[in-house]
Design a protein around this ligand. Structure first.
Ligand code: ZN
Length: 602
């Protein structure tokens, strides 16, 4: 045996412990160093997976070796010249797409949580053995992973292989009582494996997903895969996705999946399809077209790039666009989603302080570790990035009279950086856009990517016969939408706060320049009474709304355990809610719209 081999035993579901045995045939004679990544690609936060390692031991020639730790995630074993065997346990109790989870209902893991990296041997082929558990709990369990099977039984237990360490950690594994479904896209087998109790209409899922996947493949002009897998964990409440080269891990609400009995597309199902569409788009954009700095595969510490707006923003633009272009949703439904995104961006004053390039660079500490001040201080490279992509797409279409669009840019990126594996340098997208459109786009990028002023979306959307209108919100659920005609809505008096989810009347965020901030209220304060009336989750907004113009409110609140009193003069709700309206259009405009949305039916 020459390759490095990992054996995964599902020995102790009650303690949530995986047993791992790592066999290194030719260890470093000076003392083998091994480490676990600090983060997982696609999720830009230091997670220190090594904290979950227990019972580390090393042996060679039937002798236990000494070892020491070099830092939080790195071990060095006593020198040995023959087969080195390292055994350890992994505590797995994080039900998310980026870590590992193991109990009596399933075992799920990412390689970044389980497989120690053997320093000096990153590029050698590796094998993984997934042992069938010999417990009755695992009756009926099957294995789902996109890792290349070498010698497995009909349920998927047995041996898998990986080209190298980066390949090894790019195939999450789900083991349990799974629902399997299959469909084909351009002749490539796509599978979905669902864990968790559900009553999903699998035929419908396969039908809709194949349309979305085909759409993205068609847009890029190439599907660079021989297999693809959607791993889905169904829970009562949860949302998340993580992209990989040949698969994706998704977490969704049970109610988001289409029920066998339900006829119509619900909002939840649209969200689920959007998530699938997003992660699938990543198989090109970020997994194969990737920033040059990501090529190092250094998972020990943060890697900074100004380009996440390209990889997450453009992907966020195409996720919903892919749904309408593949006819999974109607154009009007797409406009609702677009209006919601514009509203989300307009609601944060951080957009006037941080550019999407800065937001990308500081993702690790600012976007992934958001605190109560986030809406005032930062902008999301996902939502603002999606609007930058929209603005870029429409600007290109306008400047070239429909000859060139963002689709052409993505295809060029695929050919130059995706197919070849050449990393994308900072500033390269700008140059590429100008080159293929033959337009000077410098000013666009200066404003949209490196600037903090609002994008000129209203003007750009006119080109495709869409009118945009910003108005005050009706209530805290109002995210704007697609309307027949614009309504003038009277701005209600508001405090300028957002309540904490599920926390009664505790203030979650205080908006900069709002009435509450001016009066001295802070995030974390619990509002007890407004003008002497007890405040509850359901009446707090109403108590504010029904105040007469210019009337000052007396608010009693707890800050920690101290009672405080504030005098607040509510301000009119800001115009931060977006409505979009389709203009009755001439043929020209209809054609442009059809070229953009891939649909003529409005
Ligand atoms: Zn993404």
């Amino acid at each position: 045996m020459t390759s490095i081999q990992y054996r995964v035993s599902l020995a102790n579901p009650h303690a949530h412990l995986f047993n791992i045995e790592l066999r290194i045939p030719t260890p470093d004679p000076d003392g083998q160093i091994v480490s676990l990544p600090a983060w997982i690609p696609g999720s830009y936060m230091i997670r220190d997976f090594a904290k979950n390692i227990e019972q580390f031991s090393a042996s060679s020639s039937r002798r236990l070796l000494k070892w020491d730790k070099l830092d939080k995630q790195t071990w060095r074993c006593e020198p040995s010249i023959s087969l080195l065997t390292i055994r350890y346990q992994i505590y797995a109790w994080d039900l998310s797409v980026r870590s590992a989870h193991f109990d009596t209902t399933h075992a799920y893991f990412n390689g970044t949580s389980l497989f120690l990296r053997v320093h000096g041997q990153d590029t050698t082929p590796m094998r993984v053995e997934i042992q069938r558990p010999d417990t009755a709990i695992a009756t009926g369990w099957t294995v789902a992973t996109s890792m290349l099977a070498e010698d497995v039984d009909m349920d998927g237990f047995g041996f898998y292989q990986a080209e190298d360490y980066s390949d090894l950690i790019d195939h999450p594994v789900e083991i349990g009582l799974l629902t399997h479904l299959e469909f084909s896209v351009q002749g490539v087998t796509h599978r979905m494996a669902i864990y968790g109790r559900h009553q999903a209409d699998t035929q419908r899922l396969a039908h809709d997903l194949s349309k979305v996947c085909s759409q993205h493949s068609k847009m890029f002009g190439e599907l660079p895969l021989d297999r693809y897998l959607f791993l889905v964990m169904v829970v009562g409440e949860g949302y998340g996705g993580l992209e990989h080269k040949s698969s994706t891990s998704l977490l969704c609400n049970r109610d988001d999946l289409p029920n066998v009995d339900a006829a119509a597309n619900g909002e939840g199902y649209r969200r689920f399809l959007g998530l699938c569409s997003h992660e699938y788009f990543h198989l090109w954009n970020v997994k194969r077209i990737q920033p040059e700095v990501f090529l190092s595969q250094n998972l020990d510490r943060e890697i900074h790039t100004h380009l996440l707006w390209v990889f997450e923003g453009i992907t966020s633009y195409y996720d919903d666009l892919g749904l309408v272009r593949s006819a999974c949703i109607e154009p009007k439904e797409y406009l609702v989603l677009l209006a919601n995104t514009i509203t989300r961006v307009m609601r944060g004053k951080g957009r006037l302080k941080q550019s999407v390039a800065e937001s990308s660079f500081d993702a690790w500490t600012r976007f992934y570790k958001q605190d109560e001040n986030a809406p005032n201080a930062i902008v999301s490279y996902y939502t603002k990035g999606a609007l930058v992509a929209l603005a870029l797409d429409l600007t290109l279409r306008i400047k070239t009279d429909g000859e060139c669009s963002l689709d052409d840019v993505m295809r060029a990126l695929w050919i130059r950086n995706g197919r070849t594996g050449i990393g994308l340098k900072e500033g390269e997208v700008e140059a590429l856009v100008s080159e293929i459109s033959r337009q000077d786009m410098k000013e666009f990028f200066t404003h949209a990517v490196y600037g903090t002023t609002d994008l000129p979306l209203a003007g750009l959307l006119q080109y495709v016969g869409i009118e945009m209108h910003l108005r005050p919100s009706r209530d805290d659920k109002d995210m704007g939408g697609c309307v027949e005609k614009f309504e003038s809505i009277k701005a209600k008096p508001v405090l300028g706060v957002r309540m904490q989810d599920g926390q009664d009347t505790v203030i979650g965020n205080i908006f900069e320049g709002g009435a509450a901030q001016t009066a001295g209220l802070s995030a974390g304060d619990q509002i007890l009474a407004i003008n002497g009336i007890k405040a509850t989750v359901s009446n707090v907004m109403r108590l504010v709304e029904y105040t007469d113009k210019n009337q000052e409110l007396e608010i009693h609140a707890f800050r920690r355990d101290e009672l405080m009193q504030f005098h607040v003069r509510p301000l009119p709700a800001p115009e931060d809610t977006c409505d979009l309206r389709l203009l009755t259009a001439e043929t020209d405009i209809c054609n442009r719209r059809a070229a953009w949305l891939g649909s003529t039916s409005l």
